[in-house]
Design a protein around this ligand. Structure first.
Ligand code: SIN
Ligand code: FE
Length: 293
């Protein structure tokens, strides 16, 4: 397997980026790779270092995050002043991530929709959870209550661990190879069920056939122990002081360990892509020879 991880030498979030690097950036991203910035870190001010502790978590959510457009701090337990200080840190990261994306992907300008920004203070290794929620199994992101109708999930991660601990990922085979393997095993889409789930409030909009397939691909990858162990994959320890970007609905990823990560989620319509046929929607429609949304 060709390495899906491509290094970029940027050292600042606000760099002005040459067209040649912008081209390499979009080809890597839309081609299902991970853009890796080994020298791009995020600095905490001295008085912010106290936030590097899992004790700020409310214990219910594994992440502390600023939610979508409303920007309320969720998953946090602490005083009002502490909440304001931590929200400022997370917001500063969101702003840096946005500037980096604008520099790298001018073609997406105006189409990227900022969603949640999270701090992940809990050690990722050894978290006990059901297989479906276990992110130490390779998977592509898809969420049961949130149909996307093909809209992309773009994520910017930065390891801010203060004691040298890497964020250990595994990155799997290309999306199309995974889809080819699992598509024949998926249950059929039932439009009446999608309508019922929406009417009952189980999903936030009607689950399209695309969403049905993406959700079942997520589950099929995680449920298959043989696949987890034997499928083509690379181990990637992202060190502290590094940043990486990928379409997490396309890149097969798993987190094996690490603590203190910042993460920005954005959404991007398929129409904004330069090569929409490389997207999960494009690949699945081509394989199944029909429209899925
Ligand atoms: C995931 O997106 O599955 C987890 C990534 C991480 O927390 O490192
Ligand atoms: Fe994930």
């Amino acid at each position: 397997m060709q390495s899906p991880i491509v290094e970029f030498p940027l050292r600042t979030w606000q760099a002005s980026i040459e067209p040649a690097m912008q081209k390499q950036a979009f080809e890597t991203l839309e081609g299902g790779g991970v853009l890796y910035f080994p020298q791009l870190g995020f600095d905490l001010q001295d008085e912010e270092k106290r936030f590097l502790s899992p004790s700020w978590s409310d214990g219910k959510s594994k992440n502390i995050y600023l939610r979508g457009k409303e920007r309320n701090l969720r998953g946090f337990a602490g005083s009002e002043d502490d909440a304001l200080a931590l929200a400022a840190l997370i917001e500063r990261y969101a702003s840096n991530a946005g500037q980096l994306l604008n520099g790298l992907f001018p073609a997406y300008a105006g189409s990227m929709d900022m969603s949640n920004t999270s701090l992940r203070p809990v050690e990722a290794a050894g978290r006990t959870q059901s297989w479906r929620h276990d992110d130490s199994r390779l998977h592509t992101d898809a969420f049961p209550s949130k149909p996307t109708h093909g809209r992309r999930i773009l994520r910017v991660f930065c390891n801010i661990n203060p004691v040298g601990k890497p964020r250990q990922w595994r990155v799997g085979e290309p999306f199309a190879d995974m889809a080819r393997r699992f598509l024949p095993r998926l249950p059929p889409y039932r439009p009446w069920m999608a309508r019922a789930m929406y009417a009952l409030g189980i999903t936030k909009s009607r689950r399209s056939e695309y969403d049905h397939i993406m959700l079942h691909l997520h589950d099929a990858q995680k449920a298959d122990a043989f696949y987890q162990k034997n499928a083509p994959q690379v181990a990637m320890p992202f060190p502290p002081g590094s940043t990486w970007i990928c379409f997490s609905d396309q890149v097969l990823h798993a987190v094996m360990g690490g603590q203190y990560l910042l993460e920005q989620t954005l959404h991007l319509p398929v129409a904004a892509l330069i090569e929409p046929n490389h997207s999960p929607l494009g690949v699945l429609q081509e394989m199944l020879d029909r429209v899925l949304i």
